[in-house]
Design a protein. Structure first.
Lengths: 289, 569
């Protein structure tokens, strides 16, 4: 039986190296000032999909991303790292989507692919909501396993996974179909593979080629694997009222710049008595224990 | 994101050399390989784009993984337990990432799972990796042993062992013995044919073997009984899976601590002959050594790049007497001189690599079809150049690497002597480059042949004949004058009719030639890119002054002078 895995990936501004001009005056992210990268947790997600593929031969790993035309970059990157193919979900109608509208659009696209397993990164570094994966699972009525750190077993019907929780780990079994979200502590993604890069470096969406005024009709005919499919709202049969701004109930009321300051401090010496006291306080305030 | 390819524009510059068109066209068999392999390039531009894409990934791995690991690797070194050598954790990670990225075997043909990249590119990769960690570049570059297997071994050995390179199996070349270092003709490790097992057996000891616990080992051994010279030596392949070699010790070294240096004891170790008997040293190991010397050239340039960058950074940060130290003449003199040597010797590195590529490509082509007279002449032309440029490169690159690392530490002052900055490691690592794969003194022995045969001079005249923009005329005049002075000096040395006097001054003559060659390469580079203007200026001025000193020395040299030196014996 062929196992179809969809990896949800997002192209995000690299918020790890933030300079002065990273935020606009209105408090939103200045995407132009930051390099666009593969969302870090999504790379862990991709790696987990590829690990399942390593264990079972009959696995297809498909990357799905929603974003502007240049998000095709991360589909190429995923393919260089080992994914089989990718779809770019792109439409002006998606602009302004919050997590609800995003998860709706992705849900419609996932339905079209009809996978056995969906793997997402835990969260994206631009929004940090960790909501999109779980919302898609709800819409599909798939069981979901969040905070996955390790793939223990993958067989015909199910996965055995370890979750990283605040106070420890938990091992769970889940049957297909399912959706899992992967924690940053999972295995880092394998590097781009030399031969795959050389084979797929010409993979493009039709819009990219049209923008560059290049005619690739023959190339696509000879090498169909070089075509990255583009989908829009219509092709995934999405109801427009659920998309973009109109489908997004979240409204940002205001953004505040918070500077953290130290309020009070206590000194403890290294004497046993003091350490006892410190432990007691920490237990009482439930910082530990 | 650190990227050691993208942050160094000199590398991409050297990919733009006009000879690359011929190299790539021949390497790709006129771009017919793309019909059989979906990752082969469609044309020249596509090939260069592929090289750059791979170099970019290597540059990222070097900058983000290998370089940050280097300090710990140096500290941790290697360990030997239960006859197994274990690399430092960082080394293991470096190896694993490059293996998973499918980067091993990139110069091998596609039918052996390689990427079929020219020598110029694999040398550039070696340079990038050496800049990140010279000790790791040893392990990485030893995969060049595969070139010797590819060129000379049977198809049976090739189809078994070459694909293993791509899978990340490591290599080593076991040549040196306790009593056979520079003088490899004295190798004693014994090989005899075991008729029952239908394989060769090796018995004896090898010493100072870099990466001696590798999966695939090329061993130089004496296969002919009762012989004592090079003609009794053959080249063998030993497979680590046969588990018949004892690692007696790993050396505790000054530098390149991440690369294990082993003493090996062979006890009836099974081995397979590479090519023909008796050709081991004369043909195969000479070819292997030439490739390795080119590799050390790349390692030296990479290390020098790292040292230069450390020095430049420190000189811009450190303030004394209310000024950045880079503002003081003795400091900026050192830095500009380092940069000129670095630019110059890198140009020599890629010039040599192109010659090696051209000559090897014709050689392989000649195995498949008979070459035309014109092609055969071209092959000989490039072979001659590759033969004399390789030792010249090894000599200059390794010596400059040491000088640049030395000056880089000097610029750091007392801080540089401490373990707190990477420059002390770079200096320790640099120190081996002018020793192994033939000391500088031995490179002179090889290079002086190119002086005597006139091969360098012929090439210098070819550089001289190239039309340049008028702004280079002054520097070119200096080079023309340097060439006259060299010819005059060489004539004096020949007229001595005294071999010992000539040998005594060989290094001076070779260095005179080297200064002229590198000077020309730099003005040719400056002709194409404004960046090299100052380096060309500084290098030629420096080289001219050095050559005048050597000229004066040789012009006045007498038998009496030689006798004074000989009195030390």
């Amino acid at each position: 039986m062929n196992l179809k895995i969809v990896v949800l990936a997002k192209q995000v501004p690299d918020t790890r190296n933030v300079g002065k001009d990273a935020m606009k005056e209105d408090g939103t992210v200045n995407r132009g000032a930051l390099p666009a990268i593969f969302n870090p947790d999504d790379l862990n997600a991709l790696e987990m999909a590829l690990e399942i593929k390593d264990r079972r031969k009959d696995v297809e790993v498909i990357v799905l991303t929603m974003g502007p035309g240049r998000a095709a970059d991360i589909i190429r990157e995923a393919i260089f790292r080992g994914a089989d193919k990718g779809y770019l979900l792109t439409d002006r109608k998606f602009a302004g989507s919050d997590t609800l509208a995003t998860s709706y659009a992705l849900y419609k696209a996932v339905q079209k692919i009809n996978p056995d397993l969906i793997i997402c990164g835990l969260q994206a570094i631009d929004g940090d909501t960790a909501q999109v994966g779980p919302q898609i699972a709800e819409k599909l009525q798939f069981p979901q396993v969040t905070y996955v750190e390790k793939l223990n077993e993958a067989d015909e019907r199910q996965l055995v996974l370890t979750r990283r929780l605040e106070r420890g780990i938990e091992t769970v079994k889940v049957n297909f179909p399912a959706l899992i979200t992967v924690h940053a502590s999972a295995n880092p993604c394998r590097p781009k593979h030399a031969k795959r890069m050389l084979k797929y470096k010409h993979a493009h969406t039709l819009s990219e080629l049209q923008d560059q005024n290049r005619d690739y009709t023959d190339l696509f005919k000879e090498h169909p694997y070089l075509r990255i499919e583009e989908w829009n709202a219509e092709s995934v049969e999405a109801d427009e009222s659920y998309l973009g701004l109109s489908g997004s109930p979240t409204k940002v009321k205001g953004i505040e710049s918070v500077v953290l300051t130290q309020k009070e401090s206590k000194r403890f010496t290294d004497k046993d008595q003091d350490i006892d006291q410190l432990m007691k306080e920490l237990l009482e305030t439930r910082v530990i224990g | 994101m650190e990227n050691f390819f993208l942050d160094n524009e000199h590398l991409a510059f050297h990919l733009s050399h006009p000879l690359m068109k011929s190299i790539v066209k021949m390497k790709e068999k006129n771009y017919t390989e793309s019909k059989r392999y979906d990752y082969a390039p469609l044309d020249f531009e596509d090939a260069i784009d592929s090289y750059k894409k791979i170099l970019e990934v290597i540059g990222e791995i070097a900058g983000e993984i290998i370089a940050p690991n280097a300090e710990e690797v140096d500290k941790e070194g290697v360990t030997l337990a239960n006859n197994v050598v274990t690399y430092a954790k960082g080394t293991q990670q470096n190896h694993e990432v490059l293996k998973r990225a499918g980067m091993y075997g990139l110069s091998l043909p596609r039918k052996y799972d390689g990427l079929n990249f020219p020598m110029v590119i694999s040398i550039m990769v070696a340079e990038i990796i050496a800049r990140a960690d010279a000790s790791f570049s040893n392990i990485w570059s030893l995969q060049d042993c595969a070139e010797t297997i590819h060129e000379f071994a049977s198809e049976e050995l090739k189809s078994k062992y070459l694909p293993m390179i791509h899978q990340g199996n490591t290599c080593s070349m076991a040549l040196t013995e306790p009593d056979a270092g520079s003088d490899l003709q004295a190798v004693m490790l014994k090989a005899h044919y075991d008729h029952e097992a239908k394989c060769w057996r090796l018995n004896g000891v090898k010493r100072f073997i870099t990466n001696g616990d590798a999966d695939i080992q090329l061993v130089l051994a004496r296969s002919e009984e009762d012989t004592t010279d090079a003609r009794g030596l053959s080249c063998f392949l030993y497979d680590r899976m046969d588990n018949a070699v004892t690692i007696r010790r790993v050396e505790n070294k000054l530098g390149i601590k991440g690369a294990p240096t082993c003493e090996l004891v062979y006890k009836n170790a099974p081995a397979q002959l590479i090519g023909d008997e008796r050709m081991g040293l004369i043909k195969y190991v000479m070819s292997l050594m030439n490739a390795a010397r080119l590799g050390i050239g790349a390692q030296s340039v990479g290390l020098a790049e790292a040292a230069y960058r450390e020095a430049l950074k420190y000189a811009n940060e450190r303030e004394q007497f209310d000024s950045k130290i880079i503002d003081f003449p003795p400091v900026y003199e050192m830095l500009a001189g380092m940069r000129a040597k670095l630019d110059g010797v890198r140009s020599l590195l890629y010039e040599t690599s192109r010659f090696v590529d051209m000559y090897k490509l014709f050689t392989f082509e000649g195995k498949e079809r008979s070459l035309s007279n014109e092609e055969r002449n071209e092959m000989k032309y490039y072979q001659r150049l590759a033969d004399v440029y390789t030792p010249l490169l090894k000599l200059f690159a390794s010596e400059y690497c040491n000088q640049i690392a030395y000056d880089a530490l000097q610029i750091h002052g007392g801080t540089g002597y401490m373990k707190d900055f990477p420059v002390e490691r770079l200096m320790r690592d640099a120190r081996i480059t002018n020793i192994y794969e033939g000391t500088s003194q031995l490179q002179v022995v090889a290079a002086i042949r190119g002086v005597s045969s006139g091969t360098y001079l012929k090439r210098i005249k070819e550089y001289e004949a190239i039309e340049l923009k008028p702004e280079w005329q002054v520097l070119k005049n200096t080079l023309v004058d340097m060439t006259h002075r060299f010819e005059k000096t060489f004539a004096i040395a020949k007229e001595w009719n005294n071999i010992e006097m000539f040998d005594f001054n060989a290094r001076r003559l070779v260095e005179m030639v080297g200064n002229i060659v590198i000077g020309y390469l730099l003005i040719l580079d400056a002709e194409h890119h404004i960046d090299y203007t100052h380096s060309a200026h500084i290098f030629i001025q420096m080289g001219d002054a050095q050559n005048r000193e050597k000229e004066a020395y040789i012009a006045r040299f007498t038998e009496n002078d030689l006798a004074a030196y000989q009195s030390i014996k």
